[in-house]
Design a protein around this ligand. Structure first.
Ligand code: A2P
Length: 328
């Protein structure tokens, strides 16, 4: 089996290489990035893989392509991948809402991946982590609405985001002037409640993903979601505070039981999920489960997950694993 990693030098692409090796996916790997990275060697499975640039025939002979490039590049390369007959597991948001393109979190709706026509979309990072925390509640009733606030790490903006926080922290310590390039304002020692561009309704594109993608993943077309996305000076692992409305009363104890039993979740009873403790691993940590004091059928929880892993690379590799496992 041959697997291509598109955008292999980026934060998510590098992690995809690591996840492929870690999960012992038996394959030959090809790594693709821009002209800038041609010939560069990336660590893979105890050895190295040499980065290649992309042309129309780069994907020929590949069985799968894991994508970690921008929407524009994903749109450009999709027809070449399709022509090569490879299955494209795309991390960009370019095709997530397209009819006929499964949007998959394997633990929640893995079977949707089997209905693919050559393209499967990996959902938004905060959406994956939030849905992982809330999906277990579907065993207890219907989710009618979610109100979420995200606390998103800088690595969600790629390698550039990580560099910007490091550089700003150093510049701040030296008393130098800070000039943000990746984020709309200084991120060191700050919070920025603006991720993505604005829609007409005053919400950002990032905020609307929680509703639009959440509906598709959970198969709940009427689900209502209000979301505020905030960039915080954390390197890795997103946190989300979510208030969920159910169509009936669900006890905290029952919610905890279902979350504890759900594949991919860790219930925290004595500890508080935190970015530092949940970085560089694939599980979603869920804690602080309590009653919503505004609505009788509501519950409130706090969850954390590594958005480069479960929110992106690990989820994509899990989709690949799911396809291999359920291959007819
Ligand atoms: P490169 O490192 O050569 O620029 P991130 O969002 O973490 O910055 O990652 C973006 C990824 O997309 C990188 O691997 C980057 O490669 C890759 N990329 C950028 N331009 C192209 C291109 N024209 N073709 C393929 N990959 C690209």
């Amino acid at each position: 089996m041959k697997v291509g990693v598109l955008g292999a030098t980026g934060a998510v692409g590098r992690q995809m290489l690591e996840c492929l090796a870690e999960r012992h996916i038996d394959c030959e790997v090809k790594a693709f990035a821009s002209e800038r990275s041609k010939g560069k060697k990336l660590p893979y499975n105890g050895g190295e893989v040499v980065v290649e640039t992309v042309d129309e025939h780069s994907f020929d002979g590949l069985d799968f392509v894991l994508g970690a490039v921008s929407n524009a590049l994903s749109k450009k390369y999709r027809p070449w991948i399709e022509k090569a007959g490879a299955v494209y597991i795309d991390n960009s948001s370019a095709f997530r809402l397209e009819e006929g393109v499964p949007l998959v979190v394997p633990e929640i709706n893995g079977e949707d991946a089997l209905k693919n026509h050559g393209l499967i979309a990996n959902p938004n990072c905060s959406t994956i982590i939030t849905m992982m925390a809330l999906a277990p509640l579907l065993k207890l009733g219907k989710i009618t609405a979610i109100n979420a606030c995200t606390y998103q790490a800088v690595s969600g903006a790629g390698m550039g985001g990580i560099a910007e926080l490091s550089e700003e922290v150093s510049a701040f310590a030296r008393g130098e002037k800070i000039e943000p390039k990746v984020f709309p304002a200084q991120i060191a020692y700050n919070c920025i409640a603006e991720i993505g561009s604005y829609n007409d309704n005053g919400y950002t594109t990032e905020e609307m993903k929680m509703q639009n993608e959440g509906r598709k993943i959970l198969h709940l077309p009427d689900l209502k979601v209000t979301c505020t996305c905030v960039r915080v000076p954390v390197f890795r692992s997103h946190s989300i505070s979510a208030t969920v409305q159910m169509d009936r009363y669900v006890s905290v104890e029952d919610a905890e039981k279902e979350i504890a039993a759900f594949d991919g979740d860790i219930l925290c009873k004595e500890t508080i999920p935190m970015p530092l403790d949940t970085s560089n691993q694939d599980l979603v940590y869920v804690g602080r489960i309590r009653r919503d004091l505004c609505n009788d059928n509501g519950l409130v929880l706090w969850c954390c997950g590594d958005q480069i892993r479960k929110g992106a690379a690990a989820n994509a590799v899990e989709i690949l694993e799911y396809l291999l496992k359920h291959k007819k």
